[in-house]
Design a protein around this ligand. Structure first.
Ligand SMILES: Nc1ncnc2c1ncn2[C@@H]1O[C@H](COP(=O)(O)OP(=O)(O)OP(=O)(O)O)[C@@H](O)[C@H]1O
Ligand SMILES: [Mg+2]
Length: 254
């Protein structure tokens, strides 16, 4: 590990309590510039809650988040100008066309019209998007997701947060997203993505943190995780750490 590797996201003892539910329990980790950090965990583990705290959408019960050295809650505008967030269920304006939405986002972030047009046409070509003149209300789930991706990637954020980015994308678009993220990390971008799909974490991420019931149970490169558990496949590691040993019992009893 290089000592000069810049930590672009730092989560310090992040905690979120919803009423009687401890959704995230004192989670600490960091994301380096130039890497894709995968946050892997089963349904309800606390992935989305963590991502929402990292991006300043949800106030933690306790703990801190720094992005490029700035406190997310003390410097919200400065942080939001350098991050891009792709939520799992993007809120989009149904009565705008895709292009109107992109122009709206571009104006919020003071993008030059010529830069916007250039980036949008490049990304539209990559994701085979030919529906920007249609109303968002008529989009399928995958179409909405692609529009959201374009609206984020066109801004060239320094840090990207993606919540289950490949859900809803067809295989080709998922592959293109993977290649694009790799290209951006080579340019120094840090990526934090959540997934509950093992293969995605395995194929896309440089380091993986496994979260279960609000706790970060293990973290490392795939190789480190294998050494740690003495098991070969990430599936075995994941199931072991997230209590999947009962699966056989459950299936047998059905
Ligand atoms: N706004 C909220 N109010 C109350 N409870 C919440 C809220 N948001 C999340 N939770 C609870 O926090 C826990 C973690 O939820 P979270 O959405 O972070 O899980 P996740 O890991 O993203 O799951 P999935 O893989 O299904 O997306 C769950 O028990 C959920 O019910
Ligand atoms: Mg989620």
């Amino acid at each position: 590990m290089g000592e000069n590797m810049e930590q672009v996201v730092k989560a310090k003892k992040l905690k979120k309590i919803f009423g009687s539910i401890s959704a995230v329990k004192s989670v600490s980790f960091h994301v380096n510039a130039g890497e894709i950090y995968g946050f892997l965990g089963p349904n309800g583990a606390g992935k989305t809650t963590t991502l929402r705290m990292l991006t300043g959408v949800l106030k933690p019960t306790d703990g801190e988040v720094e992005i490029h050295g700035m406190d997310v809650f003390k410097k919200p505008i400065a942080v939001k100008s350098i991050i891009g967030v792709v939520p799992d269920e993007p809120k989009l304006y149904d009565n705008l066309t895709g292009r109107e939405f992109l122009e709206f986002v571009g104006s919020v972030f003071s993008m030059r019209k010529s830069d916007l047009n250039k980036r949008v046409s490049e990304l539209s070509e990559a994701f085979e998007v030919n529906f920007l003149s249609k109303f968002i209300g008529d989009y399928s789930h995958g179409m909405r997701q692609k529009l959201m991706l374009i609206s984020v990637l066109m801004r060239k954020p320094k840090v990207l947060f993606l919540d289950e980015p490949t859900v809803g994308l067809d295989a080709k678009s998922a592959k293109i997203l993977k290649l694009l993220l790799r290209k951006y990390t080579h340019e120094g971008v840090g990526v934090f993505m959540t997934t509950h799909v093992l293969e995605i974490a395995e194929k896309m991420c440089d380091r993986i943190g496994i979260i279960n019931e609000g706790e970060l149970v293990v973290e490392g490169t795939l190789k480190e995780l294998r050494n740690y558990s003495g098991k070969e496949s990430l599936e075995d590691i994941f199931l072991k750490l997230t209590g999947g040993d009962e699966i056989k019992e459950i299936v047998d009893s059905l």
